[in-house]
Design a protein around this ligand. Structure first.
Ligand code: ADP
Ligand code: ZN
Length: 816
């Protein structure tokens, strides 16, 4: 018998540096478990659901508060997930609370900010309620809404969560801000015959009884006809079948002829398990699979480097089969939500209903439902964006990271700023699972890891169809301008290629990595460029809205024809964006159907898939787009790809710009000529001799890679160094400069790594915040990096205690 007090350390969904300790009330001691959600008070009158990280008897140095209650009996987070959160927080230098925030669907988070309302649609009674519950209901009906602290005042007790939970569960109360968000299973109403009438005689009598109610007879008839196949039917279907209205059914329910009941259904839609045989592998694909398996005997990660259309997906499918036959789960990560639709169709054809999909476009209810299906092992395969690494897998066998080179796999904002590929590799490690990275254009880091023997390398050199890789044609814009062989933004050569393709009834993709109509508006008299009033960037002209829009903060203003600086009325719009290309092309080819795929065209929920399916159905002949067109899409009739401005890709700031330009051009080119015919890719550039253009022309990844390595070594960039980027923001320019200087000087005192900066970034002001940056480089050793992070953290903590600069917001990006 011990009289030790039990404590729990919990993770709060806040940026707290460490877990917080609470005491457990005696009546709850037997119920607390690691990974469970508990409600705690934090700060004055604020309540949060938090996750138990550990249970112990070590009295903390402060007076621990009691936990308020347990949200549900079973843990919702596994121990492995907790380990994963811990790793992520320490590797990416953020708090576990921030990781928790990213990881949990908000349907699983409630806090004192939650407002509670009476559900006006509630049609039941209050008989089952206890006195306290009833008091809350009365208060709710008298007022518009209550917050949790008000309920606590009302009942003069703290632990009101179980009471609220009962009211939520019964549908008497709802939380207002989460009206749609809060997880509630979706149900369908079904109808069945009362058991009395299962007896044929009685049923016959019933028909006689109802003889004067022809509509009710009709409904009954409709049901009995159906009844041969199924004992019950969906209410809507029955009404439709009997061509009658709900009133008729209601009367029959009142007469206890029919019984209504609800069945919980999935919001995610059901898919026929029309399992089909997956395609038979080609010899090259069989060989690749064999090599993957060989590598897996002594390595955990394999890179599948295969040209576009070589059948990487087909190889994944074979490997997935093997893993789920072992009873394990598979995660399939993709950089872009847009890509998930195509892949999910392919996988569902083979695997049926065990394939789930997870990404941020889903609403909270759907996300909680998927969460639970993974937890209960109903989903064996999850296709998702990077956040799919947070799902509660129990036996993960394989992680596939498709398009591993794609920077969209990295989360930019907010913390944790994690890379889906690297987090996936860590996650696999925790589960003892394997990883396949797939791409046609590997990232330099990944290829480097293969060369060093850390990852296995498997290659597919040929397209499955046997169709050759596209033919690249350079079109020199400098030359064309000089010889007056331009049509607006297009060289004559590209225009000819487009008309040829159209004549042959083939489709065309035109790629330009800048949305909007033009770059900017400039005054011809004084050269003034319209800039954002919040950010240090020029505004982009959008013709359709007739606005100048900031691509950083969304600020916009109406286009004016008068210069704000000098008042002259002679403004010019220079540069080009997808909108302008779309316009010009429509003018050049008036009978062609032109579509556009970029961020602006896809803002609506289905915008993206609409454009894509139109293109697939050939309702669009020419598709103009940003890098969205480059990603994995598989169109059969595209024979021509035009890269409008390769120079703009190459001369982008950042040490990865050459690598990225090569990847983007190769990826877009991969859209050309997939099934029957060899494709053509026209690259418009003012500098055809540029090494990147040369590498593209010879489709020589290796040459690009080797040259990049030389540069990276020379200038100390990854993969030879590890980098941490520190971004400081403040509304006051002096303060941000002072903070940056302090950070850099203090970090240097530790004499670890190389501290560069402070620097004024390319865009030095966003949303009225001035920005400064520092870059910290460490050698490759994990140990040095860890020490460096530790020192940096000390400096960050010090800054928080300095009144002059503590207002500066600092964000840390590891492996930027
Ligand atoms: P990747 O992922 O490497 O770009 P995909 O897996 O999408 O390549 O394959 C390209 C095309 O070739 C797809 O239409 C696919 O169905 C087809 N394909 C690839 N391998 C096979 C195979 N073994 N049998 C039948 N079709 C295949
Ligand atoms: Zn702006």
């Amino acid at each position: 018998m011990s009289n030790l007090i039990t404590y729990v350390d919990v993770i709060l969904p806040l940026a707290l540096p460490q877990a917080y300790t609470y005491a457990v009330p005696i009546d709850l001691i037997d119920f607390v478990k690691v990974g469970q959600r508990v409600i705690v008070q934090f700060g004055k009158n604020r309540y949060y659901s938090s996750i138990i990280k550990s249970i112990h008897h070590n009295k903390p140095a402060f007076d621990a508060k009691l936990i308020e209650g347990i949200a549900e009996e079973d843990p919702i987070i596994t121990e492995t997930q907790l380990q994963f959160w811990q790793w992520m927080a320490s590797y990416y230098m953020c708090t576990e609370g921030e990781v928790m925030n990213a990881a949990l669907p908000s349907g699983l988070k409630i806090s004192s900010e939650t407002r509670i309302k009476y559900n006006e649609n509630y049609d039941g009674d209050f008989e089952g309620l206890n006195e306290e519950e009833f008091t809350i209901v009365q208060a709710l009906r008298a007022q518009i809404e209550l917050k949790v602290p008000q309920v606590q005042d009302l009942l003069k007790k703290k632990n009101v969560y179980p009471l609220l939970k009962t009211l939520f569960n019964l549908g008497i109360a709802i939380s207002s801000e989460e009206l749609v968000e809060k997880f509630k299973p979706k149900t369908d109403t079904y109808v069945k015959l009362h058991t009395d009438y299962e007896d044929q005689e009685k049923l016959k009598d019933l028909f006689d009884e109802l003889s004067r109610a022809p509509k009710q007879i009709e409904l009954l008839l409709a049901f009995t006809q159906l009844g041969r196949k199924a004992k019950y039917i969906k209410k809507n279907e029955l009404l439709e079948l009997a061509k009658t209205d709900a009133g008729v059914l209601k009367r029959l329910v009142e007469k206890q002829v029919f019984v209504e009941f609800k069945i919980e259904v999935s919001r995610l839609g059901n898919f026929q398990t029309a399992e089909v045989d997956s395609p038979e592998l080609s010899t090259e694909q069989i060989e690749a699979l064999k090599q993957i398996n060989e590598h897996f005997t002594d390595k955990n990660v394999v890179l599948l480097h295969g040209v576009t259309g070589s059948g990487k997906t087909v190889v994944y499918i074979e490997k997935i089969k093997e893993i789920i036959e072992q009873g394990k789960q598979v995660v399939y990560l993709l950089p872009e939500i847009a890509l998930t639709a195509q892949i999910i169709n392919r996988l569902r054809k083979v695997f049926g209903n065990v394939v789930g999909i997870y990404h941020s476009k889903f609403n909270q209810n759907e996300r909680v439902e998927i969460w639970n299906k993974v937890l209960h092992n109903e989903y064996k395969i999850v296709i998702g964006a990077r956040s799919a690494v947070f799902l509660p897998y129990h036996d993960l066998g394989l992680i596939i990271v498709d398009e591993e080179h794609d920077t969209a796999l990295k989360q930019m904002h907010p913390a944790p700023r994690y890379h889906g590929r690297d987090a996936g590799i860590m996650l696999a490690h925790l589960y003892n699972a394997k990883v396949i990275l797939g791409t046609a254009t590997p990232s330099v880091e990944t290829y480097f890891n293969c060369e060093r023997g850390k990852y296995g390398l498997v290659q597919l050199h040929n397209r499955y169809s046997g169709v050759e890789m596209p033919e690249f044609i350079v079109s020199n814009t400098r030359d064309a301008i000089r010889r007056k062989k331009m049509n607006g933004s297009f060289t004559n050569l590209l225009v000819e290629e487009i008309s040829l393709a159209l004549q042959n009834k083939e489709q065309v993709i035109l790629f330009l990595n800048r949305r909007g109509f033009a770059n900017y508006q400039v005054c011809k008299t004084c050269n003034h460029i319209s800039k954002c009033k919040n950010c240090d960037v020029s505004l982009t002209y959008h013709k359709f809205q007739n606005q100048l829009i900031c691509h950083y903060c969304g600020y916009f203003e109406k286009v004016s024809n008068k210069c704000k600086a000098c008042g002259a009325i002679d403004l010019d719009i220079v540069g080009m964006g997808t909108e302008k290309i779309e316009d010009e092309i429509a003018e050049l080819f008036p009978s062609a159907k032109v579509g556009r795929l970029d961020y602006d065209a896809t803002k609506t929920k289905h915008g993206h898939s609409n454009v894509i399916s139109k293109f697939e159905n050939r309702e669009i002949d020419i598709l103009v787009g940003t890098q969205m067109v480059s990603k994995g899409l598989d169109f059969d009739h595209v024979t021509l790809v035009g890269i409008i401005n390769a120079d703009q890709l190459i001369h982008h700031p950042g040490y990865r710009s050459y690598e990225k330009a090569f990847q983007l051009i190769m990826q877009v080119a991969g859209r050309a000529g997939r099934k029957q015919k060899r494709g053509r890719v026209v690259i418009q550039t003012a500098d055809p001799s540029h090494p990147i253009i040369q590498n593209v022309l010879s489709a020589d990844y290796n040459a690009m890679y080797q040259r990049e390595l030389v540069h990276r070594r020379q200038f100390n960039y990854p993969p030879y160094t590890r980098m941490i980027e520190v971004t400081l923001e403040n509304k006051k320019i002096q303060t941000v400069e002072q903070s940056a200087l302090y950070l850099v000087n203090e970090t240097r005192k530790y004499k670890q790594g190389l501290v560069l900066g402070p620097a004024i970034p390319y865009v030095s002001k966003i949303n009225n915040y001035y920005i400064r940056e520092a870059l910290i480089k460490s050698n490759q050793q994990t140990k040095e990096l860890a020490q460096l992070k530790f020192s940096l953290q000390q400096v960050l903590d010090k800054i928080k205690s300095l009144p002059d600069i503590r207002t500066t917001h600092i964000s840390i990006d590891v492996d930027p």
